[in-house]
Design a protein around this ligand. Structure first.
Ligand SMILES: [Zn+2]
Length: 514
């Protein structure tokens, strides 16, 4: 009954408190998420490296925060914030009567009562933490600090334009913790700065200085060094998934659905603002090809996932869409647009770690150009505004740009000339192919070797002679246009068809791309 009551009341209390919270208080508020903090700070760091003022900051670590919150000061805060007396006394009584038991080596201890801490999993504990964060912001405001406070539940961060501002902010945090009886873990409290002098200043005071770290599910670089270990460390744990997918007896359509729904969101989470090399995507594509048993000799994974199937099956396209979505969701035009204008006018390669630089490099990867002030020109010269373009239209434009990119990349391969002008939708047509036809079409379209001139190199066939007519050397051209064994199939086609063949590109003649 308490759980039911507390979840209803917690929603109401959070709504009431949220209306009184500053913008930098992020945790447990509607339309706010952890990325609000790290993307805002990452963008400020990037602005600092692109002509803005130098920046310093700190991340405070509170030991077992929710378990150690003192109850009496928090109920006093609740009264100060005008939460109803009847609600406060019910909540207080429920907590007072709540018993805790400890499990030591399998044995459950005697029930214990406590005057400190809020139970984890209780929705009202979230409200208690929210009030503590509100109090911290109020204290920082009343002390007229130059630094800015950011809070997400028990993750407290400070940013400022000088190390002194940040250290003053940390003094306030540590005094605030002392007042509430909370412990600040000095070893897990990190400092950072965008200049060597700032970092040295912190090191001279024996503070732990970080150049980049994982924070709130994201990865932030505080220096010019591009790093992505938070994301790439996760790649090592995906082997089991590919193993399960390979062993699964589910139909191909169901296995394919796992890629955009499970694999890419799980493995590539948080990669929208982090630089990632093409090598990672190549590995993901070949793993997916193996798990789906599409990995025949000659099969092109880029064409398979980005051309034959909808590009949502491709890991790099997933990251591209995530980058555009995140940019639209979190960008502050007044900060991001000047950075992008500056970066777009530079001739040096984009290798920096900031979210704007990553966004611009991905925008360039599909042949698009940043024209300035939010206007983008796509691969065919059509201009649109990144924030004003409807999301569905932007997505359709990204799909078209990706197919063009895949076509242009694969068109350099023998037999695929002209692929950049082909369309996946026209090639497949509106017809729904049965699973056997889909398998045959896949082999033809993705470049898998099925003729003896290509298979000879694998050592599995004795010669390059066509196995059907046994007279000429085998090749796709031979089977399509000169093999006597298939003459009866060609006879069914109208004569005019063969007169147009000279005008068609190789990718159509050999692989049937339209
Ligand atoms: Zn033949």
């Amino acid at each position: 009954m308490y759980r039911c009551w507390s979840s209803i009341r917690a929603r109401e209390v959070l709504k009431y408190l949220s209306a009184r919270a500053p913008a930098e208080l992020i945790g447990n508020r509607p339309r706010h998420e952890t990325a609000d903090i790290w993307r805002s700070i990452a963008c400020q760091v990037e602005a600092s490296y692109n002509g803005g003022p130098p920046l310093a900051g700190a991340i405070a670590d509170i030991t077992k925060c929710v378990n150690a919150l003192p109850r009496i000061p928090i109920f006093a805060l609740a009264r100060l914030l005008h939460l109803p007396t009847a609600f406060c006394s019910t909540w207080c009584q429920a907590l007072t009567n709540m018993q805790r038991r400890f499990v030591v080596e399998g044995g459950v201890g005697r029930p214990l009562l406590t005057t400190n801490g809020y139970p984890e999993g209780d929705p009202l504990s979230v409200c208690a933490m929210f009030m503590v964060n509100l109090a911290l912001h109020a204290v920082s405001f009343s002390d007229h600090l130059e630094s800015c406070f950011w809070t997400f539940v028990d993750d407290w961060q400070i940013t400022g334009t000088s190390p002194e501002d940040v250290l003053n902010g940390m003094t306030v945090v540590s005094r605030f913790c002392d007042m509430l009886g909370l412990t600040l873990d000095e070893r897990k409290t990190f400092f950072w700065g965008t200049t060597a002098a700032f970092r040295q200043h912190f090191r001279d005071l024996h503070k732990v200085v970080k150049l980049h770290l994982r924070n709130l599910g994201g990865h932030i670089s505080y220096s010019r060094v591009a790093s992505n270990h938070t994301i790439t460390d996760r790649f090592a744990h995906c082997t089991q998934f590919w193993h399960w997918m390979k062993r699964s007896t589910a139909p191909i359509e169901q296995k394919l659905r796992l890629l955009p729904v499970v694999a890419w969101p799980r493995f590539l989470h948080g990669s929208a603002g982090v630089p990632l090399g093409d090598e990672h995507f190549r590995k993901f594509r070949s793993k997916a090809m193996q798990s789906l048993s599409f990995d025949r000799k000659g099969a092109n994974p880029l064409l398979q996932f980005g051309g034959i199937l909808h590009p949502k099956h491709d890991p790099a396209f997933h990251v591209l869409v995530a980058t555009f979505r995140a940019f639209r969701r979190f960008c502050i035009p007044d900060v991001a647009f000047p950075i992008l204008n500056g970066l777009a006018s530079q001739s040096t390669p984009l290798r920096g770690p900031g979210p704007c630089e990553v966004f611009l490099s991905r925008l360039h990867s599909v042949g698009w150009t940043w024209m300035g002030e939010g206007v983008i020109e796509d691969q065919v010269g059509v201009s649109f505004h990144i924030l004003h373009c409807p999301l569905q239209l932007l997505h359709a434009r990204l799909v078209a740009a990706w197919e063009y990119r895949v076509g242009a990349t694969v068109s350099t391969r023998e037999g695929f000339q002209g692929l950049e002008h082909m369309s996946s939708a026209l090639t497949w047509g509106r017809k729904h192919w049965d699973s056997e036809s889909q398998g045959l079409l896949r082999v033809v379209l993705n470049g898998s070797f099925f003729t003896r001139d290509k298979q000879f190199a694998t050592g599995k066939v004795p010669d390059k002679i066509c196995p059907f007519c046994c007279s000429e050397e085998d090749s796709i051209h031979h089977r399509h246009f000169s093999c006597t064994h298939f003459q009866h199939v060609r006879d069914k086609l109208p004569r005019e068809f063969f007169q147009q063949l000279d005008e068609l590109p190789e990718c159509t003649l050999q692989h049937g791309w339209t």
